[in-house]
Design a protein around this ligand. Structure first.
Ligand code: WAQ
Ligand code: MG
Length: 256
């Protein structure tokens, strides 16, 4: 039996009461792994570099096998960038290659740069006009119910590539679920953890493009933008992102 585990933590009260987002995490695992995962999420919320949470929600729900869809792990490629402006230039080029207009890509970068603080979720942008579509303010859309189909294999594979650590582990799974939605053209992301400056552009066509510098060291503001096709049905996209259980398979097979 599998369970979805979701954690979200804030400071100054719950997110919905104006608390500041500290950290979140989402996994799908079998029963024997639950205790360890819940404890590590609790620990993460209480010792996070963004601050100590005073609101922590951990939600555990059974996921039925027949409700799971499988999506392939994105291929990863690493780029070089000496500083933030080079990183952003790489990101814009990669977004354009994936089908986002230059204006929309630039809008996405400016939108993340001008955030007063990080959202809990992602913003959805039109890939042509660069307009924000989700209307979800400081909440954004939180992608959940995803994990790797075989976590041990996945972690060993990342380790072999010299990519250990939670950031990559989680980001590549999230990006693979997101890219698995038909309406998504590309994703832009960088972390909101002050000492983590790596980000990426991801798309189903070209994979996960890792960019080493996307913000200044010490900045607590990061975020995600999902660029979507014109005319996307936002309700069905958000229900896939938030509700559909997805396991990411290393072998690349897909069942939908
Ligand atoms: N759904 C939607 N948006 C999310 C989610 C989610 N599940 N998790 C995080 N976000 C948004 C939210 O606005 C956060 O403020 C922002 O993204 C950054 O989240 O080395 O660690 O978890 O290859 O800090 C990317 C590079 C790391 C990894 C990204 O993001 C690598 C990262 P963080
Ligand atoms: Mg973070």
């Amino acid at each position: 039996m599998l369970f979805s585990v979701k954690m979200r933590a804030a400071q100054g009260g719950a997110h919905e009461k104006g608390g500041r987002h500290i950290s979140g995490a989402e996994r799908i695992l079998s029963e024997p792994g639950l205790e360890k995962t819940v404890l590590s999420m609790l620990d993460r919320a209480r010792t996070h570099q963004r601050g100590k949470a005073d609101f922590i929600s951990i939600r555990i729900e059974e996921v039925k096998n027949e409700d799971i869809v499988y999506k392939p792990l994105l291929h990863m490629e690493s780029f070089e960038a000496a500083d933030v402006s080079e990183g952003h230039a790489v990101a814009i080029t990669e977004l354009e290659k994936a089908g986002v207009t230059r204006a929309a890509a630039q809008n996405g970068i400016s939108a993340l740069l001008s955030l007063p603080d990080s959202l809990r979720g992602a913003m959805i942008f039109d890939a042509v006009s660069g307009k924000r579509l989700d209307g979800l303010g400081q909440r954004g859309v939180r992608v959940s119910k995803m994990d790797c189909a075989d976590s041990a294999d996945y972690e060993a594979d990342l380790e072999r590539r010299g990519l250990s650590g939670e950031h990559v582990r989680e980001a590549l799974v999230l990006a693979s679920k997101v890219a698995g939605a038909d309406d998504i053209i590309a994703e832009l992301c960088w972390s909101d953890d002050p000492d983590y400056v790596t980000g990426y552009v991801a798309s189903s066509k070209f994979g996960y493009k890792r960019i080493p510098v996307m913000k200044e060291m010490g900045s607590p503001v990061g975020g995600r933008i999902f660029f979507v096709k014109e005319g996307t049905d936002l309700n069905s996209l958000c229900s896939y992102l938030q509700e559909q259980a997805v396991l990411i398979s290393l072998g690349g097979e897909e069942n939908v």
